[in-house]
Design a protein around this ligand. Structure first.
Ligand SMILES: NC(=O)c1ccc[n+]([C@@H]2O[C@H](COP(=O)([O-])OP(=O)(O)OC[C@H]3O[C@@H](n4cnc5c(N)ncnc54)[C@H](O)[C@@H]3O)[C@@H](O)[C@H]2O)c1
Ligand SMILES: [Zn+2]
Length: 388
């Protein structure tokens, strides 16, 4: 039997640390006349010019040929000490497939002799932000990280939160830490060069958060589906901002910012999405896998009697309406997909907790999934795909 130690033999160590970081929405973050980045860097507390290492996504750099010059000109204009030229890391899942990106960033931090009051400024998509953020968290037990997310998904979800990580041992985000960034600077201008496929993939996270948290946002997404599908800038900016705010609200008010419990309500549709990403050999984008995972769980919720067929049809129409996929052939391996349930539980720890839909804008947590019914749900998605 477990027995609590005698209080006289124990000291309970207790302290709390408040966290605060700005998430700024701006336009032209590297324009020397835009003071936002300089402001974010001007908090080193070291009594001297801020020191920074700039690391960018190579996919971003390919679309912005003047990026290295823009960073150098910005640093010169604002008296920011930069020891090295702009460093590039692979964009996309390649950044977090193994430890090579993390190793490279750690080496650059060591070479630049960055201390804990110095900054790593990371510009890129969610995958490289995860890997670079992990390296920044490890060096000296944490140098400051400023994220400049450059994809829709990174601006509305991945880049604004407190997590980083890389894939290992066949699992998504097996290695990683919870470390809040020093600042996040969301610049809508980057989205202009994002390929349509990646831009649309990011809309999936907005649909997700609308579905589980905010019906009126879901309905706004429905009415804006064609504008979002075609990348209309005003609708895209509104969608990014509202989605980021809902994610931030959740982190601040859930009472569990570092996910110590077993629930992860914002990961609606993600248990299968993470598995589908891996099974597809990462040919599926994260947002695309989330789209399929959300529809699968919506179908399951219909079979469970939680969700009406009419609501399911609206979810499907919105996903299809913005141009998201609702099927991938990896679903033809249902036994492997279903392994994602236990992997999801393991990643969070404790009891299996899956968020399902009760209604549009309303999630519900369940602790068991009927695997036969989930197989049937996969079958129904297959039938839908054949019918459409
Ligand atoms: N840390 C978190 O809380 C969190 C949350 C959600 C998702 N994620 C992770 O985010 C990753 C997905 O991120 P993503 O959707 O941003 O995609 P991504 O990082 O995989 O990038 C997609 C592609 O866009 C390119 N790119 C980036 N910015 C560009 C630009 N402005 N113009 C042209 N090309 C550009 C990249 O080089 C890459 O080829 C996944 O690994 C996922 O696990 C993390
Ligand atoms: Zn996600």
């Amino acid at each position: 039997m477990a027995t609590a130690p005698d209080p006289s033999a124990m000291h309970v160590q207790r302290f709390s640390v408040p966290f605060e970081y700005p998430v700024v929405f701006t336009d032209g973050v590297l324009d020397p006349s835009n003071g936002t980045l300089a402001w974010a860097l001007d908090q080193s507390g070291a009594g001297r010019a801020p020191r920074a290492l700039f690391v960018a996504d190579d996919g971003l750099a390919a679309c912005w040929p003047t990026l290295a010059d823009d960073v150098a000109a910005y640093a010169a204009a604002h008296d920011i000490e930069v020891d090295a030229p702009l460093r590039l890391v692979p964009g996309g899942e390649a950044a977090k497939r193994d430890t090579s990106t993390v190793d490279a960033v750690l080496e650059w931090i060591a070479q630049a002799r960055l201390d804990r009051h110095a900054y790593v400024v990371a510009l890129g998509g969610g995958a490289m932000l995860d890997a670079v953020g992990y390296a920044a968290a490890l060096a000296h037990r944490g140098v400051r990280l400023i994220r400049i997310p450059t994809t829709v998904l990174a601006q509305n979800d991945a880049g604004v939160g407190v997590k980083n990580g890389i894939n290992a041992f066949g699992s998504k985000n097996f290695l990683g830490t919870f470390v809040p960034p020093h600042a996040v600077l969301n610049d809508i201008r980057w989205i202009g060069t994002l390929p349509d496929r990646d831009r649309v993939a990011g809309v999936a996270e907005a649909i997700k958060v609308g579905l589980i948290r905010d019906r009126s946002f879901f309905e706004w997404l429905e009415s804006s589906a064609s504008a979002l599908g075609s990348g209309e800038p005003g609708a895209t900016a509104t969608m990014i901002r509202r989605c980021a705010e809902l994610h931030l609200q959740h982190i601040a008010s859930s009472g569990d910012p570092f996910e110590r419990g077993s629930a992860r309500p914002l990961d609606y549709g993600h248990w299968s999405a993470h598995k589908l990403e891996l099974l597809s050999g990462h040919t599926l984008r994260h947002g695309e896998a989330v789209s399929i995972g959300m529809l699968l769980d919506a179908q399951y919720a219909v079979l469970e009697g939680f969700l009406s067929s009419a609501a399911f049809d609206r979810v499907r129409s919105l996903l299809v309406g913005v141009g998201l996929p609702i099927w991938h052939d990896a679903l033809d391996r249902p036994e492997q997909v279903l392994c994602g349930l236990e992997e999801f539980r393991e990643h969070l720890g404790g009891e299996l907790t899956i968020t399902l839909l009760r209604d549009l804008g309303r999630g519900v947590e369940v602790h068991a999934i009927d695997t036969d019914r989930m197989r049937e749900s996969i079958g129904r998605l297959r039938a839908l795909r054949i019918a459409s």
